[in-house]
Design a protein around this ligand. Structure first.
Ligand SMILES: Cc1cc2nc3c(=O)[nH]c(=O)nc-3n(C[C@H](O)[C@H](O)[C@H](O)COP(=O)(O)OP(=O)(O)OC[C@H]3O[C@@H](n4cnc5c(N)ncnc54)[C@H](O)[C@@H]3O)c2cc1C
Length: 373
């Protein structure tokens, strides 16, 4: 069967990987360089730490980020905003937690399997430390992290110069740029076309560079631009740098109240931050995020910079579903890397009709329509 994957971010790369494994003839369309809009991420793999955004707790977090200078509001998708308000504090449908847990297991297994073959992407399982500036925020998150509903092992750490810290020993991280290179090496049979797709149909047609191409199925994994096909999605932009630093950082660390992540590699750190509700290409907030990074770790030299957007659904949880010949895999939000293996795998299964829409995961797919993208 002939399948097109539109969008070579981390989700599209995994979709192509699973389709190729299933024996499909895969063409991957990416308007830029594969992975370039995903690889700015910190690469912390923590799918079991998913949380909903249609909650007052999330609004409080965003408010705190805004007051601290981490977050700006420039533009949001109108359909996303009205759905988010409509669904505020609405519980997800029964069974959602189990679906997410299964996605989390599949995703972690996906990275582990590739690392077991050859860990050329620095998959490291040393845990995640979350540090808090404010005692009240620490206590609020500690209550959630240690509640009976939480399945993620956590240790509470006091002192160490912070208002409190939570340590998740089972969390790992990857070197995102190296992982993209690994995926490109895995995709030996996939045809990669570095070209923008202009229009997507529900009938398996694509318009690319003035010509029409036909496929048995099309996976759209274009991140936030998928909103043009009728999905309520908005983008929360952020920035990532590789830096040299004299700081000794042992484990991935998130400075929760500042929205900053620091991930250690052999000779460098990856530092990320920024929560900009912004659908434009503007990067003007990046310098002040780097300045905020320098308040938590010294930066001796900046080695590289990248940026991208967290594709966010009204409840902040992933979507993967099919309508006609079109399959959508999206909504990774702050955990796009963490959920990508499961999103890609499920997208492949939907293309090959080996599974059907799940009521939760396909919840916004009824509104999908053909259109320019
Ligand atoms: C600062 C920051 C740190 C993060 N850290 C983490 C982390 O530690 N762990 C984690 O799990 N997640 C993290 N994330 C989230 C994660 O990066 C995103 O959820 C993820 O990148 C989304 O991947 P995607 O493939 O869905 O979309 P994208 O990465 O946006 O990829 C979509 C691709 O589609 C292409 N495209 C778009 N339109 C077209 C078109 N018309 N034709 C062809 N190609 C097209 C784009 O060029 C792009 O390459 C972070 C995000 C940010 C901003």
């Amino acid at each position: 069967m002939k399948v097109a994957v539109v969008g070579g971010g981390i989700v599209g790369l995994f979709a192509a990987f699973h389709l190729e494994r299933a024996g499909a003839e895969v063409t991957l369309y990416e308007e830029g360089k594969p992975g370039a809009r995903s690889d700015h991420a910190a690469g912390i793999i923590e799918p079991a730490n998913a949380y909903r955004t249609n909650t007052l707790a999330f609004l409080r977090r965003v408010w705190r980020f805004w007051r601290g200078g981490t977050c700006t509001f420039r533009s949001v998708d109108g359909r996303w905003l009205s759905a988010s308000l409509r669904e505020l504090e609405r519980d997800p449908i029964p069974g959602t937690d189990e679906v997410l847990r299964e996605m989390a297991r599949t995703s972690v297994a996906g990275y582990e399997e590739l690392a077991a073959q050859n860990n050329d992407f620095a998959y490291t399982l040393k845990g995640l430390l979350e540090r808090y500036d404010h005692r009240a925020h620490f206590l609020e998150d500690q209550t959630v992290a240690t509640s009976k509903d939480s399945i993620v092992p956590v240790e509470v750490r006091e002192g160490e110069g912070w208002a409190g810290s939570l340590f998740y020993p089972s969390v790992g991280w990857v070197h995102t740029e190296r992982f993209v290179q690994r995926m490109l090496r895995e995709l030996t049979q996939t045809q990669i076309v570095c070209q923008r797709v202009d229009h997507v149909g529900l009938d398996g047609t694509l318009q690319v560079g003035g010509t029409t191409a036909n496929f048995d199925a099309v996976v759209v994994s274009t991140g936030v631009t998928s909103r043009k096909l009728g999905l309520p999605l908005t983008g929360v932009k952020g920035y990532g740098w590789h830096v040299q630093s004299r700081a000794k950082v042992e484990v991935a660390t998130i400075f929760v109240d500042r929205g900053i992540a620091v991930v250690p590699f052999e000779n460098e750190l990856k530092v990320t931050g920024g929560w900009d509700f912004d659908l434009s290409d503007r990067l003007s907030h990046a310098p002040s995020i780097l300045a905020a990074v320098k308040e938590v770790v010294p930066v001796d030299r900046v080695l590289s910079f990248g940026n991208g957007s967290r594709p966010c659904t009204p409840d902040g949880l992933p979507i993967v579903g099919r309508k006609g010949r079109l399959v959508i895999a999206n909504g990774g939000f702050r955990l796009g890397w963490s959920f990508a293996p499961a999103l890609g795998k499920r997208a492949a299964l939907l293309c090959t009709s080996q599974t059907q829409n799940d009521p939760f995961l396909s919840r916004y797919c009824g509104s999908l329509h053909a259109g320019p993208i």
